[in-house]
Write a protein that binds this ligand. Structure first.
Ligand SMILES: [Zn+2]
Ligand SMILES: [Zn+2]
Length: 318
C-alpha cells in the first residue's frame, strides 16, 4: 500500500492534514502503517518484557519502576499536556527548555509534535476529523494504532506556532530520538541493568499505555459531569494512574485550567506539583477553574432538585 494522498477529489476547503476525499465519506484515506519504522515501538515492548524476566523482580526494581513512572508521568501531564499543549501556566524561557528536555524522557516524541496532535484533538473531539476518537475509529485505533500510522509522524507546525517561535524547541523536536536513547544510557549509568530495564523500559511501556488510556478509555469509561460536545469521561482509577488526567470530562469542559480535579476529592497530583513549582517561583499564573465554570452544569440541577420544578434555571449551558 502506498500513501498517494488524494490527488483527485480532495476538498480544498478542508486542511490538507484531514486527508478528506470528497464524496467518499472517508475522512482518513492514507493511514499507511510502515512496520519497519515502527520497529522501535515494538522493540521497547520486547525489551521491557524480556528484560524484566531476565533481570527479575526485586525491591530495587520496584523502586526504579515506581520512581521513574511517577516522575515521568508528571512530565507527560504537567509539562507536555498542561504547559505545552494548553499553556495553563507560565514560566521563563530557560525553565521552559528544562521542562522540554526533561519531557523528552517520556519517549512520546517532542513537545511540539505532542501539542500539535493534542490541540487538534480538542478542536475536533470525537468529530469526523478527530485522529484518535474511540467512538468513531474503534478502541485500539484511538489507543495506539494512530501513532503508528506514517501520516501522523510529522509535527504539524501550523498548530503550534507559539512553540515553533523558539529554535531550541524546534531543535528538540527534531532530535527526540537521540534524546530518548540518551535517557536510556542515563538510567543505565545511574542504576545498572535494573535501572535500565525497570526504570526505563518497563516504566516507559506503562507510561505509554496509561497516557494512551486518556485518548481511548477516558472517552468511553467513566462519568460525565458536563455536557461537552465529545464523549470525555471522569474516571477516578485513571486519574490515579495518570496523576490527574483521568478527570478528562472536566478538562474538556474547561481546557485552560492547570487543575483538572475540580474538587478537593478529585485527586490531581500534577496540579499539586505545579503549585509546589509555583511556590518555588519556577512557574507562575497557574490557572485554576473559576467557580461559575465549575458549577455551570452541576449547580442548576442541584437547585432544581432542592427547590422543586418551579424554580427558574439559574445559568445557561455555556
Ligand atoms: Zn488537553
Ligand atoms: Zn479527550
Amino acid at each position: 500500500m502506498t500513501s498517494s494522498a488524494s490527488s483527485t477529489g480532495t476538498d480544498p476547503a478542508l486542511p490538507p492534514e484531514a486527508g478528506f476525499v470528497a464524496g467518499s465519506g472517508a475522512a482518513f484515506n492514507d493511514e499507511e502503517l510502515r512496520w519497519r519504522e515502527n520497529l522501535p515501538f515494538w522493540a521497547v515492548h520486547a525489551a521491557a518484557l524480556a528484560g524484566a524476566i531476565w533481570v527479575g523482580f526485586s525491591t530495587t526494581a520496584l523502586a526504579w519502576f515506581l520512581g521513574s513512572y511517577a516522575v515521568r508521568m508528571f512530565f507527560v501531564t504537567g509539562v507536555y499536556h498542561r504547559y505545552f499543549s494548553h499553556r495553563a501556566y507560565k514560566t521563563s524561557r530557560w525553565f521552559q527548555f528544562v521542562l522540554a528536555l526533561l519531557g523528552a524522557s517520556v519517549v512520546q516524541k517532542g513537545p511540539m509534535w505532542w501539542a500539535a496532535h493534542h490541540r487538534w484533538h480538542h478542536k475536533h473531539s470525537d468529530d469526523e476529523l478527530d485522529v484518535h476518537s474511540p467512538v468513531r475509529r474503534g478502541f485500539w485505533w484511538s489507543h495506539m494504532i494512530w501513532i503508528l500510522a506514517h501520516k501522523y509522524r510529522a509535527t504539524e507546525t501550523d498548530r503550534v506556532k507559539d512553540l515553533a517561535a523558539f529554535p531550541e524547541l524546534r531543535w528538540l523536536d527534531r532530535h527526540e530520538m537521540i534524546l530518548a536513547v540518551a535517557y536510556g544510557f542515563v538510567f543505565y549509568f545511574l542504576g545498572g541493568m535494573t535501572g535500565l530495564i525497570w526504570g526505563y523500559f518497563v516504566a516507559t511501556v506503562l507510561l505509554w499505555h496509561c497516557t494512551f488510556f486518556i485518548n481511548s478509555l477516558c472517552h468511553v469509561w467513566g462519568n460525565r459531569r458536563y455536557e461537552t460536545t465529545d464523549t470525555s469521561r471522569n474516571n477516578f482509577f485513571l486519574a490515579i494512574l495518570t496523576l490527574g488526567e483521568g478527570w478528562h470530562n472536566n478538562h474538556h469542559h474547561y481546557q485552560r485550567s492547570a487543575r483538572q480535579g475540580f474538587y478537593w476529592w478529585e485527586i490531581d497530583i500534577s496540579y499539586y506539583v505545579l503549585l509546589l513549582l509555583q511556590q518555588l517561583r519556577l512557574v507562575w499564573d497557574v490557572q485554576g477553574v473559576p467557580a461559575h465554570v465549575r458549577d455551570q452544569v452541576v449547580a442548576p440541577k442541584r437547585q432544581r432538585v432542592a427547590a422543586g420544578p418551579t424554580v427558574a434555571p439559574v445559568a445557561g449551558k455555556h
